[in-house]
Ligand binder design. Structure first.
Ligand code: RB5
Length: 158
């Protein structure tokens, strides 16, 4: 069992409910950051909560759903330590884990069918990071994050 943080905007909330049910049935603990209705909301508000919970190790992985998965991934990737992958098929899901050690999965409810989304999620959760040469590359992403982060956000005196 693992703790999975989930979040969605109005375009993704129904799929979030379906994925949440699947996660619970499959023995995961779900931290649901909303949204909880089809009322229009702003996806960065949900991406930030899920990404920050993963970055703070309150959840092992995160799943974000908007219309395309693109906005959620863009917003989540602004949080230090997050590697969010927008995945539209099983191959991308597997590669995002094996090669990129993705810790957040972004899905698009307007472009991916429910059953496909569940299959993507299942594969994404089951696939381990391959390590080896990919470790060096993921470390280079972390270096880039450190080099480009403003000093004030790292708690350093201005
Ligand atoms: C909302 O209409 C839509 O822009 C949002 O769900 C998402 O697709 C953004 O990337």
């Amino acid at each position: 069992m693992s703790v999975i943080a989930v979040g969605a905007d109005h375009a993704g909330w129904q799929l979030k409910e379906d994925l949440k049910a699947w996660l619970t049935r499959n023995g995961h603990q779900v931290l649901d950051f909303g949204t909880h209705s089809p009322e229009s909301v702003d996806y960065p508000d949900y991406a930030s909560q899920v990404a920050e919970s993963v970055a703070a190790s309150k959840a092992e992985r995160g799943v974000l759903i908007c219309g395309t998965g693109i906005g959620m991934a863009m917003a989540a990737n602004k949080v230090a330590g997050i590697r969010a992958a927008p995945c539209g098929d099983a191959f991308a899901a597997r590669m995002s884990r094996e090669h990129n050690d993705a810790n957040v999965l972004a899905l698009g409810a307007r472009v991916t069918q429910r059953d496909t989304a569940i299959e993507i999620l299942r594969i994404w959760l089951e696939t381990a990071f391959a390590g080896g040469r990919h470790t060096r590359r993921v470390e280079k992403i972390a270096d880039l994050e450190r080099r480009t982060r403003p000093a004030w956000s790292a708690g350093e005196p201005a």
